[in-house]
Design a protein around this ligand. Structure first.
Ligand code: KG4
Ligand code: ZN
Length: 334
């Protein structure tokens, strides 16, 4: 079954053709990041306009690159939630138009379910149940994936997401948006133990996260150094923050896997590209005897192939929408 998938929840306009949830026939991403960089973050109104300009061309390119026409497509999948509402609406309305005009089923996909499914094309043996750490710019969730379309959140951030913590700290250090990637690179030459940063705990909720105190600790280091006219070693600060975030994410993931009897661990979301997180998670899973699956770097960020992969399983589960489908800015993965 060939699915044409559309993703426009944030600042990438993306379209892909995916076969049976596992084989990527094409995967086109048009990023707007350069334009948003001028403002230090995503400007929702600009994002919507750019999606509207790009979406037809990106979709045509995805069909051409897969060497198919709309007639060869069996269903149209689209990210319907969560995300920037104006941005989502461009993708949802475009997908509705295509599905209606070509008389194809319309499959709404949850963006975070899509991130989890970004693992399926490169790991043919990966099947639920498993425990997934979903770490993106807006979310940090520990999710029990009981089935392809049955999810249970067992931990979540109480304040900032891990990606947000990286982005805000990086911005304060003068790095361009999205700071997480730049911070990861600067950290490579630094000493991860140069700065002792807090490990915030959420009382009574062992699998919940809190990153705002950690972000504030980094901002305080920067402000204090400025006031005292001291030059901080930025590589060391980046390495210490990256090490601490990865340590928090990995230790809670391992504890949750033990608590819930899961021996398969999966990483997903933009922050799963972080090199320290990948290293620490691999080392911890090897030590515990867990099997770890991570998406290839090319599928960590937002893309439509992951929406096509999850769309297949949503279709099999009967999750098909009619033309009253609407986008929503917030929606639980459950
Ligand atoms: O999943 P994603 O592409 O978009 C959302 O759905 O939010 O995640 C974007 C987030 C940003 O916060 C970005 O800084 C972060 O992923 N990110 C990274 C790295 N690459 C992307 N954070 C740390 N290290 C990286 N290598
Ligand atoms: Zn995302």
């Amino acid at each position: 079954m060939k699915i044409l998938a559309i993703e426009s929840s944030c600042d990438e306009t993306a379209a892909a053709v995916v076969e049976d949830g596992r084989q990527i026939l094409s995967n086109i991403v048009a990023t707007q990041v350069e334009e948003h960089r001028l403002y230090g973050g995503v400007v929702p109104e600009i994002a919507s306009r750019r999606h509207a300009e790009a979406i037809s061309g990106v979709t045509r390119e995805a069909l051409q690159a897969a060497d198919v026409t709309l007639a060869d497509i069996d269903a149209v999948a689209v990210t319907a939630h969560p995300g920037l509402i104006g941005a989502l609406l461009v993708g949802v309305n475009f997908a509705k138009g295509l599905a209606f005009s070509a008389n194809k089923p319309l499959v709404p996909v949850h963006h975070l379910r899509g991130h989890i499914a970004s693992n399926y094309p490169s790991h043919p043996d990966l099947k639920p149940p498993f425990l997934c750490l979903v770490v993106s710019g807006g979310h940090t969730h520990l999710v029990l994936c009981e089935d392809y379309t049955t999810f249970r959140i067992i931990g979540r951030t109480r304040d900032d997401a891990a990606g947000e913590c990286f982005d805000k700290a990086a911005r304060a250090m003068g790095m361009p948006y999205p700071g997480g990637i730049a911070l990861d690179k600067r950290a490579e030459g630094g000493d991860p133990h140069a700065f002792v940063l807090p490990h915030p705990k959420v009382e009574g909720s062992p699998f919940d996260f809190s990153f705002s105190g950690l972000k504030t600790a980094v901002l305080n280091q920067l402000h204090n150094a400025k006031q005292r006219d001291i030059t901080l070693n930025i590589e060391d600060l980046c390495a210490s923050l990256r090490f601490t975030v990865a340590d928090i994410l990995v230790s809670k993931t391992v504890a949750a896997a033990k608590e819930y009897g899961m021996s398969t661990v999966v990483l997903a979301g933009g922050v799963s590209a972080n090199s320290e997180l990948r290293r620490q998670m691999q080392a911890a899973c090897d030590k515990e005897g867990f099997k770890l699956y991570m998406p290839p770097l090319s599928l960590c960020g937002d893309n439509a192939a992951m929406i096509g992969a999850q769309g297949y399983y949503e279709f099999l589960a009967g999750n098909v929408a009619d033309l009253s489908l609407n986008a929503s800015a917030t929606m639980s993965i459950e």
